[in-house]
Design a protein around this ligand. Structure first.
Ligand SMILES: *Cc1c(COP(=O)(O)O)cnc(C)c1O
Length: 386
């Protein structure tokens, strides 16, 4: 549900700075060397809006778009996006015929899945563009080292039969956000070997790719032909905060804000919100903020997440409710309707999505992807497409 546009400013808003996304992609592109940038816009563009995020990323120099499920790829096509789109996660029964018809690249993780894609191609009368996935050590999707030669051989046969075109060979890194983790070097070596196995078997994949945001930023040897940054294009750094990337300037694109719904004076000693986990210690002013866990404000950040209000930050007082939470502003002059910023780029003193992630014991990915559909997205910056 999206709220109807009212006469006044919205009571809560998720503002997305498209110029920031464009500039972040340009910054990543300048670090990707000769590799092409595939901007990852899965999960509604990490909560920023699928089509606007895609348009801004293409304006910033991305050449293609990566999504998880086919529905996301079809939504891009329906919006008129014509650049290459790769959708990499499908359960049996996925609409591969439509993927072929709409020129969406798909992934094959196993011989069975390749057979399903090939059957769709046979029924369509046109080949499917397939990226073969090798599991180099994350133990998520893809062929294991033992299964890889079999997948490669099946793909070679399907290519000869005109059913698939092997567009790429790819994998995913488990620990790139911890630079120096020994698992990453092992995965890169396993990937190079898998590419070699594919070439020896007669495949000529155009694009080999393994790098996510963290690898794009820290591991030149992981770039191959294409990099797949997601989080960084939205201006959030996936690396451990103590790991500095010299010269890197990313700007968080999302600002989550609301307007105070009510203020009231409370005496000392009253319990606030569910469970009365917070108790006032003096006569004070409480402000009600109309955003809750249904809007993506993590309940786990109760009493720890902070907000900016009239130039000061305050922690959440008591538990985050489904639709709202309270803050204790002491004697500050706060009125109904005043702006409260939960997080943003951080340059006006507001917390960042990373601060909220720490407060909730999670990662910034989870903070931005969970902003609910009830919060209207407001777009800033030049919108040349989408
Ligand atoms: C989500 C995802 C990415 C992007 O990861 P970031 O850490 O956000 O850069 C790249 N590749 C695959 C397969 C993914 O699932």
């Amino acid at each position: 549900m999206r709220p109807a546009e009212g006469p006044g400013p919205p009571q809560a808003s998720c503002t997305v700075d498209l110029d920031a996304i464009r500039e972040n992609v340009a910054a990543l592109r300048s670090r990707a060397g000769a590799a092409e940038v595939m901007a990852v816009v899965k999960a509604d563009g990490y909560g920023h809006g699928l089509v606007p995020a895609a348009g801004a990323a293409l304006d910033g120099g991305a050449r293609s778009l990566g999504v998880s499920v086919l529905a996301e790829a079809f939504a891009l096509r329906a919006a008129g996006v014509t650049v290459p789109v790769f959708a990499w996660l499908a359960a049996p029964g996925a609409d591969f015929r439509r993927a072929i018809a709409e020129n969406v690249d798909v992934a094959a993780y196993s011989v069975d899945q390749l057979a399903e894609i090939s059957a769709a191609a046979a029924a369509s009368g046109a080949p499917a563009a397939v990226h073969l996935k090798v599991d180099t050590g994350m133990w998520r999707g893809g062929a294991t080292r033992d299964g890889w030669p079999g997948l490669v051989a099946a793909a070679h046969r399907a290519e000869r039969d005109g059913l698939v075109e092997v567009a790429g060979v790819w994998s995913h890194l488990a620990c790139a956000d911890e630079p120096g983790h020994p698992g990453t070097a092992r995965q890169l070596a396993a990937f190079a070997e898998a590419v070699e196995v594919a070439r020896r078997a007669g495949l000529r994949p155009r694009q080999c790719h393994i790098a996510n945001s963290a690898a794009t930023l820290t591991l030149p040897e992981s770039r191959f032909d294409l990099v797949r940054p997601g989080l960084a294009i939205y201006g959030l750094n996936p690396l451990d905060p103590d790991h500095d990337v010299p010269g890197l300037r990313l700007r968080p694109a999302m600002t989550l804000a609301a307007r105070v719904a009510q203020t009231k004076r409370a005496p000392a000693g009253v319990g606030v919100s569910y469970g009365h986990r917070y108790t006032t210690t003096r006569p004070t002013t409480l402000a009600v903020v109309p955003l809750g866990y249904a809007d993506g404000v993590p309940r786990a950040a109760s009493e720890r997440g902070r907000v900016l209000l009239s130039g000061r930050t305050y922690p959440v007082a008591g538990r985050v409710c489904m639709d709202q939470f309270m803050i204790d502003v002491n004697d500050a002059a706060v009125a109904r309707g005043d702006a409260v910023v939960l997080y943003g780029p951080g340059d006006r003193g507001e917390p960042t999505a990373l601060d909220w992630a720490h407060a909730a014991g999670t990662i910034a990915y989870e903070i931005v992807t969970r902003v609910g559909p009830r919060v209207p997205r407001i777009y800033l910056g030049e919108r040349t497409r989408g």
